[in-house]
Design a protein around this ligand. Structure first.
Ligand SMILES: NC(=O)c1ccc[n+]([C@@H]2O[C@H](COP(=O)([O-])OP(=O)(O)OC[C@H]3O[C@@H](n4cnc5c(N)ncnc54)[C@H](OP(=O)(O)O)[C@@H]3O)[C@@H](O)[C@H]2O)c1
Length: 339
């Protein structure tokens, strides 16, 4: 029997999530049944949404069950198969969870997808050419729907979603302004990701200062905003929106540990006739094919080559995950599970 290290959710956070919420356990890989595929995970994806699922609260997705392997996206290689569609050596993306191996029902719709690593590195299928990339695509194309020359702004600008957003918005001829934490991230945004400007929110820790910085970076106002953070950053952006601006409400990470995020000036939604639309990318499977094709094209053309932060070994997943929630990651946060 092959050993299979796993990380389970042991108990739920009280306020801020901590390492002791998780537990490393030793499992084994069961014998394959007909139709099943055994996948060895090379990379595990760490994503902010996992924080919400650690709570036992009503949300768009069911909570992560206690005592079970943490759910999450994985890429890896088929090592054994009793399904005609999959052969040993195939590279696949799936939802294998925080463990070294997963046994997947090859007939379950969407459970496993073969990927081509000729022009796109395997790990990118968890980031730029995966769920975060499609998230950026949906918010930009389907909600903000910008015209060339318009100004669009994104918060958490250098992360997995933000970096894909920049490449997609530049491809549509927009002025693209990012908001990120720290001078290194802002330099990376303008020098490597193609942002026209980037505002370091740590230098602008209040509404007034952030609104002033946005006025400077967006002299023609803001036509589209892709919201990942919430709080005073959202308030400052709303102050600078043009009439009929569109806001794609993707995430509010500043409140994921339960902090309240009141809106300072909701009247601006009326005064500026704003469209604000929240969305969950997994509810829009109809766009994934088109979005992934564009994202893979940008990667192959060298126009989207975001950095990744890779922690080594399954045991490092909890601390890497808590670091992601505090901005310690530089680009897509992954855990590498193979030597
Ligand atoms: N709606 C959907 O379907 C969907 C799908 C995927 C992701 N999302 C959301 O998209 C957002 C970005 O996800 P991602 O995977 O690309 O993560 P990410 O940006 O790679 O990592 C999270 C980043 O959030 C920033 N951050 C954390 N706490 C913050 C705070 N209090 N104030 C300001 N910034 C803070 C940090 O960057 P800085 O160092 O720059 O602060 C951190 O690096 C998240 O809100 C996530 O929940 C939504």
């Amino acid at each position: 029997m092959t050993a299979n290290q796993q990380i389970i959710l042991d108990n739920r956070p009280q306020g801020e999530a901590v390492e002791s919420n998780f537990k490393l356990v030793q499992g084994t890989v069961p014998a394959l049944q007909d139709g099943q595929v055994l996948v060895r995970h090379h990379y595990l994806s760490l994503d902010p949404y996992m924080r919400g699922r650690m709570n036992d609260a009503k949300s768009y997705a069911a909570p992560q069950p206690l005592g079970e392997v943490m759910q999450g996206g994985t890429v890896g290689e088929v090592v054994d198969s009793r399904h005609p569609k999959y052969q040993a050596g195939d590279k696949v993306v799936g939802m294998g969870g925080w463990q070294e191996y997963s046994v997947v029902d090859g007939n379950a719709p969407g459970a496993l997808r073969k990927v081509d690593t000729t022009h796109v590195p395997l790990s990118y299928y968890l980031g730029a050419v995966g769920m975060p990339g499609v998230t950026a695509w949906y918010g930009l194309v389907k909600i903000i729907n910008p015209k060339a020359g318009e100004t669009v702004v994104v918060s958490a600008a250098t992360g997995a979603v933000g970096s894909a957003f920049a490449a997609l918005a530049k491809a549509r001829g927009c002025r693209v302004v990012g908001i990120a934490g720290g001078p290194d991230k802002c330099r990376y945004a303008t020098e490597e990701l193609g942002f026209d400007a980037c505002i370091d929110y740590r230098e602008h820790p209040d509404l007034k200062s952030m609104a002033r910085a946005l006025k400077e970076a967006c002299p023609d106002g803001i036509d589209g905003y892709f919201e990942n953070v919430g709080g005073y950053i959202f308030d400052a952006v709303l102050l600078r929106t043009n009439a009929f601006a569109r806001v794609a409400l993707c995430g509010m990470i500043a409140g994921y540990d339960g902090q309240p995020l009141p809106l300072a000036n909701p009247a601006l939604i009326l005064v500026n006739r704003l469209k604000i639309e929240g969305f969950i990318v997994s509810e829009h499977m109809e766009v994934w094919g088109e979005a992934l094709a564009e994202l893979a094209g940008l990667v192959a053309a060298g126009k989207l080559r975001p950095r990744e932060t890779i922690s080594e070994g399954l045991a490092s997943a909890p601390s890497a995950f808590l670091g992601l929630l505090k901005g310690k990651n530089f680009g897509k946060q992954l855990v590498k599970l193979t030597p």
